[in-house]
Design a protein around this ligand. Structure first.
Ligand code: ATP
Ligand code: MG
Length: 219
């Protein structure tokens, strides 16, 4: 089943400017990890912002889990798209411990369900016993895993990651790539991630696309 379907997507930040994304089409299947590579300024972050609903396209269609989220008379708000985003700097809440960070998106659930989901995710990221720690008491790789767990907690249709390894040193980056892949695969999550590093996509993704300027070439 296709989780993300993009057809002929075109977007420019201003009418007078050349499109950043031009007639881009892409399909991501359930459970796939797809990398997006390309040089700086080629529209990688913009593409994620369009999928998340932080920007509206000029033309084209985006469907998430079979539901059209944009169009002439349609715009599904970001919080209703079932899209999770892990930002580059993880953006963990510094005043909340690991447990509260992971539970953040679970406010609609009962206390018991919340606790159960947090326990499940702690096991998945292999961080049982860390629930009372604060972000500053964690290594970069641990923070990265908690950020992923927080994003996955409400079971989004798709997880988007923008340069997920950019603040990690080379050695840590090497090990966390495989770890993140295993975590995402174990949870059968669908994931689209952006990187400028070819080695990232080779280690982490099932396949990748390269954004060129201004059209897309699929490899
Ligand atoms: N809010 C904005 N207003 C106008 N132009 C923008 C805006 N955000 C980005 N751009 C431009 O759109 C183009 C694509 O930007 P984007 O951030 O998507 O690139 P990127 O591929 O993510 O680059 P990087 O690898 O450096 O993060 C760039 O030329 C950028 O200058
Ligand atoms: Mg970017």
């Amino acid at each position: 089943m296709s989780i993300v379907e993009i057809e002929q997507l075109t977007f420019s930040y201003a009418r007078a400017m050349k499109p950043v994304i031009q007639e881009l089409s892409l399909v991501v299947e359930q459970g796939e990890i797809v990398g997006i590579v390309g040089s700086s300024g080629n529209g990688k972050s913009t593409l994620l912002r369009l999928i998340a609903g932080l920007e509206a396209p000029d033309s084209g269609v985006i469907r998430i889990n079979g539901v059209q989220v944009n169009g002439a008379h349609t715009f599904v708000q970001p919080e209703h798209r079932g899209v999770g985003m892990v930002s580059q700097d993880y953006a963990l809440f510094p005043h909340m411990n690991v447990r509260s960070n992971i539970a953040f998106g679970l406010h609609k659930q009962s206390r018991k369900e919340r606790a159960q989901r947090v326990a499940e995710l702690l096991e998945l990221i292999r961080m049982e016993g860390f629930e009372d720690r604060y972000p500053h008491e964690l290594s970069g790789g641990q923070q990265q895993r908690v950020a992923l767990a927080r994003t996955m907690a409400p079971r989004p249709n798709v997880v988007l990651m923008d340069e997920p390894f950019s603040s990690l040193d080379a050695e840590l980056k090497h090990s966390i790539r495989r770890e993140l892949r295993d975590i995402v695969k174990a949870a059968q999550m669908t994931c689209l991630f952006v990187t400028h590093d070819q080695a990232d996509v080779e280690a982490m993704s099932d396949r990748y696309i390269r954004l060129c300027k201004p059209q897309l070439v699929t490899l």
